[in-house]
Every structure is written in C-alpha cells, then in structure tokens.
Design a protein around this ligand. Structure first.
Ligand code: NDP
Length: 446
C-alpha cells in the first residue's frame, strides 16, 4: 500500500485496536484495494469517510449470567458491534463460539458493511456474539443462556434499528429462544431477528441461502471464465449450515463433493458425500463428522482440519471459519490443480493464501461477495415480515439467484473500471464501499 493517507488511517486503527489482529487484517485487505478509488475521489477523503468507516458507531459489551444444569452460575461475555448504519438498519449475525472476543466481532462487523451494501438491499453492518459454547450443552442450558443474552440485548435492537441473525453456533434453536425472550420483554411481535422458524415469521430458503448463494456466485464466476461445476471435484470445509447447503447446491449443479470437516477432523469420500447422512448426523443428532465413516466404510476420516486442503480438487469452498486456509495450504491446493476458491466462511483465507491464488491465476470469490446470499435472504425475510406476507420457496430462491448474479456483475464491472479485471476481491471491496461512502457523505459528519 503506497497511499499515505490510507497508511496513516491504518496506523490509527492499529493503535486504537491493540490485540485484535483479525480486525486489522480485514481493514488492511479492504484498504489495499481502495487505493485507486481514493485517488479518483478526493471528495470522499475530504468528507472523512475512510476515517469514519473504520470506527464502529456503537460497541456494546455486556455480562451474560446463566445457571447450568447443576445449578451453578456461569458467566459469559456478550457483544454487539453496530458498525455502520449509512444505508439501513444494522444487520449481521450472532456468533456463539469460545473463540469470540471483540477482535472477531469487529472484523465480522466491518466485513458486513460491504457485504450488505453489495446485496443492494438497505442494510447497515453489525455483528454480535458471545464466548458461550453451545456444543455439549443441554437444550435447557442453551435456552437459559439465550434468554439472558437477549435480556440485555433487547434494549439495543429492533426491527427498524438492528436486526441480528445466525452465525457459527447460532441456528434455528438459538434464534427461537432469543426471539421468544425479545417478544416477552418488549411485548411486540416484530421481525427483530432473521433466521426464524417457519411457524413464526421465518423465510423459506433462509436455511439454504448462504450455501446456495455461494454456489450461485461461484457458478457465475465459473461461467464468466468459460467453466462450470459440471463434472468438477469439490472440497468443502465445515459441516454446518453453510457447508451442508453448499454441498447440496454444488451437487445439483453437477459437481462431486468429496470432503467435509468439523473442528476435529475431515472425511474424504471419493464416491461423493452422502448428504442425507451428514444432515442426519449434524442437523438432527448433533454428532461429530467422524461418525460418517461408521456407515460409509469406503470413506476415510482424518484427525485435524488442515489436511482437507491436501485432497486434490478443482474447486475449493471453505465454509468453516476465519483463516482456515494459510499460504501453505493454498500452495498445495494450487499444486494439486485447484483453479477456483470461493469463500462461504468469513475471511477463511489468510493474506498469504490470497497471494497464492493470484500468483497462480486462480479464480477467487471473496467472502463478502460469495457468501452474501445469507444476509440477502435475511433482508428478504425482513421485507416479508414488514408486509406480513410470505413468498414461496421458489420465489425466494429466484430472488436469491438474481441477487447473487448481480453481486458477481457488480464485482466484475468494478474490477474492470478500476483497472484490475478478474480481481473480484478488489471489485467487491470497491463496489461495496462506494455505495456506503456516498451515503455517508450525503448524510454529513455523523
Ligand atoms: P455452523 O455453526 O453451522 O457451522 C460451522 C462449521 O465450521 C462446523 O462444522 C464447525 O465445526 C466448523 N468450525 C467452526 N469453528 C471452527 C474452527 N475454529 N476450526 C475448524 N472448524 C470450525 O456455522 P455456519 O455454517 O453458519 O458458519 C460457517 C461460516 O460461514 C462462518 O465463517 C460464518 O461467519 C459464515 N457465514 C455464515 C452465514 C450463515 O447464514 N449462517 C452467512 C455468511 C457467512 P464444529 O461443529 O466442530 O465447531
């Protein structure tokens, strides 16, 4: 990065956010691609847009006390970072995972600003979460945690103010408990959360949306480069919400998904993953991915997550967590013939990995564009809630498809306009940034 102004702002960000490397990584990646925009648009610099966009509008940090099944008091930490509301109410998921701290929530909230802008729907950026680990907890414990979490959060959120959703560790069960508590405290049945159950205001196709959207984006990127999913070998990491529905759509589009993982290890099934079995294990029984081999003797299970990237494939879809592909894993993917990486997870590639993709002319679909289908469909859930109406699965899926095609087009044309054709990372950052920046400038110094 050569632009002195951007270098200075980045220095301030580093000073203000010590010990938060994920946030610094996310800001650096965006800044590196904004240099041509800054040079072309001095008016945005004069309006202080860059100085303001890296500082959250509001950060809420709170205690979440709850009682476990043994009657013992447990205490977790809750976060909600309302990053930017220039183009709409704050919107972004809630992550429940022991690794959660302010740096993780801040990087996710920052990414969410640009992602939400790319969807073309009116949503600002936010993220929340807690270091609570739902794994191994009873339903009662999860419910008491979620109720306690919402007992503080309810005063900061609302259908026209801030609408949280799911993320790692927050699925339909957790959203249901949080929604119930919000309704009780506020005495109001509104669309304050998305990812709700279908019986109380949820949208059809929201469960599938991030994984399906990832494949729609990838398909568009492949087509623009003379390729398709047909007959391609696909490796997908994770086995949660995003990974499962990416597997389903990639298979429908003609790909063969041969591997999935969880935080303990990965499975390799050269015959193609039996998704019905994975859904039963993960969605119904909440078991570990290694149980798959008990009913599939031809499949292999390996301890450790990283080895999944040594499996030869054409297309890799990381759908687990941040920084799961480092430079070394990216180099192995490239050496084994992988020519396309599209991100279902948020920031799953380290900066070294991204350098490897570009050095090897691989197609690279960055998270804020490729996984925007989830929040886009959350936006559609908000619209349905406001209208008190619901669209069919086919209607929502068709809208999701259109949105993902348009996101690809926006990334593609911004990459060309700013002299970096084929660099969809730059295209996504620039297209996402410009809309928010114009809105911030128009609204004055707030
Ligand atoms: P889930 O909780 O449903 O699944 C997460 C999966 O990733 C699990 O298989 C989990 O394994 C694995 N995983 C989580 N943390 C780690 C880790 N530290 N190391 C290795 N594996 C890990 O979450 P989602 O599928 O919803 O989210 C996955 C990713 O997609 C996240 O980055 C999320 O931010 C992103 N995303 C999700 C959206 C959504 O709509 N759900 C929208 C946009 C992005 P285990 O069970 O062992 O923990």
């Amino acid at each position: 990065m050569k632009n002195e102004y951007l270098i200075n702002v980045l220095e301030t960000v580093k000073k203000r956010n010590p010990g938060e490397p994920e946030f610094i990584q996310a800001v650096t990646e965006v800044f590196e691609t904004l240099e041509p925009v800054i040079e072309k648009r001095p008016d945005l610099v004069a309006a202080g847009v860059i100085d303001r966009i890296v500082e959250p509008e509001r950060q809420i940090l709170f205690r979440v006390p709850w009682v476990d099944d043994q009657g013992k008091v447990q205490v977790n930490r809750g976060f909600r970072i309302q990053f930017n509301s220039a183009i709409g109410p704050y919107k972004g998921g809630i992550r429940l995972h022991p690794s959660v701290y302010s740096g993780i929530i801040k990087f996710l909230g920052f990414e969410q600003i640009f992602k939400n802008s790319l969807t073309s729907l009116p949503m600002g950026g936010a993220k929340g979460g807690s270091d609570f680990d739902p794994k191994g907890k009873s339903d009662g414990e999860v419910m008491r945690f979620c109720q306690s979490f919402m007992t503080e959060l309810y005063r900061h959120v609302g259908a026209d103010c801030d609408v949280p959703a799911g993320d790692i560790g927050t699925g339909a069960r957790e959203i249901g408990y949080m929604f119930g508590q919000y309704k009780r405290l506020q005495n109001e049945f509104t669309g304050v959360l998305t990812g709700k159950g279908l019986t109380y205001g949820g949208s059809l196709a929201r469960t599938q949306a991030t994984g399906y959207g990832l494949c729609y984006f990838t398909d568009e990127m492949l087509k623009a480069n003379g390729k398709s999913f047909e007959g391609q070998t696909v490796v997908i990491s994770g086995s949660g919400n995003v990974a499962i529905y990416a597997t389903e759509k990639a298979t429908q589009l003609g790909g063969k998904v041969v591997a999935l993982s969880d935080s303990n290890g990965y499975i390799y099934d050269k015959d193609g993953i039996d998704l019905a079995c994975v859904k039963q294990l993960k969605e119904v029984e909440r078991k570990r991915i290694k149980e798959y081999v008990a009913t599939h003797p031809n499949a292999e299970y390996h301890e450790g997550c990283k080895g999944i990237w040594t499996i030869p494939c054409d297309i890799a879809l990381p759908c687990a967590t941040q920084n799961e592909i480092d430079g070394e894993s990216a180099a192995i993917l490239a050496k084994n013939g992988c020519y396309c990486v599209a991100e279902g997870a948020n920031m799953p590639s380290t900066p070294d990995a991204i350098n490897v993709y570009f050095a090897n002319n691989m197609l690279y679909g960055p998270a804020k564009a490729a996984n925007a289908g989830g929040v886009a469909t959350s936006g559609l859930e908000m619209s349905q809630n406001s209208m008190r109406y619901s669209w069919t699965f086919e209607e929502v899926d068709a809208k999701l498809h259109d949105i993902m095609v348009n996101i690809f087009k926006a990334c593609d044309s911004a990459s060309k306009e700013y002299g970096m054709p084929g660099n969809y990372m730059a295209g996504a950052n620039i297209a996402g940034f410009l809309k928010v920046a114009e809105a911030m400038k128009a609204q004055g110094c707030v």
